[in-house]
Design a protein. Structure first.
Length: 246
């Protein structure tokens, strides 16, 4: 933790996004390493099992409603997996022109989404092939790693909050389910920051007339994603409540 704190202090000296080229390269390399680790462990587990686990119909839930809740939780997890919209505008503001910043950012975003989707699908498919219906919410926990996943996202904040909760609520296990928490965060983040805000900015900037064909399509798109975010949030909260009762 001390070493991690020293690194955080050094990183905080970076002035702005213009000075973060090296950090971005390191982050990309680390992401590829995480993907390679998950892919390698999943492949090794499949080879060790001698068969592909799981089924086409997925988790054998006791009822259709329960399976629907699990689907909603998965939507929240997927939403959490694409958090770059939080810094997208600031990144675009630092891109030099020509060519136009919006064209460069659009091209880079398309490549980034395709690459990350490939990584996620690779780990997800191999993880399910390795563990089947017993696939854990966090893939690494299936191989005996129960702690390091917290170090991949908001470690300083998590360490502070965890220490405080352990002191105040030593016997509580309210937040013991990692992927449900991830689902809640993803659902809360998806609609306002990734969908509604960018769509409304586009409508204002391009002066899209109300009730025109483009305006209707954009508003329907925003509304549908709002429903998706809502059901993802409900499903993830239901998962947390279920974990609390177990």
């Amino acid at each position: 933790m001390l070493l991690f704190g020293v690194v955080q202090i050094l990183m905080s000296q970076i002035l702005d996004f213009h000075s973060m080229v090296l950090v971005s390269v390191v982050a990309a390399i680390m992401s590829f390493c995480y993907f390679s680790i998950g892919l390698g462990l999943g492949s090794a587990q499949v080879i060790e099992n001698g068969k592909i686990a799981g089924s086409i119909t997925g988790y054998p839930a006791v009822s259709v409603a329960y399976k629907l809740w699990l689907t909603f939780q998965a939507l929240g997890d997927i939403a959490f997996a694409y958090p770059y919209e939080l810094i997208l505008l600031e990144i675009q503001d630092t891109v030099k022109s020509p060519p136009a910043e919006n064209k460069v950012t659009k091209h880079a975003s398309a490549i980034a989404i395709l690459a990350t989707s490939f990584f996620y699908l690779g780990c997800g498919c191999l993880g399910y092939a390795a563990f089947g219906n017993d696939t854990p919410g966090n893939l690494l926990t299936g191989f005996g790693f129960y702690e390091p996943y917290w170090h991949l996202f908001s470690q300083p904040v998590f360490a502070f909050v965890e220490r405080w909760l352990v002191q105040k609520l030593p016997s509580s296990q309210f937040l013991k389910r990692f992927h449900e928490i991830v689902g809640v965060l993803g659902a809360l983040n998806l609609c306002p920051l990734a969908i509604y805000f960018p769509v409304e900015m586009y409508i204002v900037q391009r002066k899209v007339e109300a009730w025109s064909r483009k305006w209707v399509v954009l508003e329907i798109f925003s509304g549908v994603l709002m429903v998706v975010s809502t059901v993802a949030l409900v499903g993830s909260v239901a998962g947390l409540i279920e974990a609390k009762l177990m």
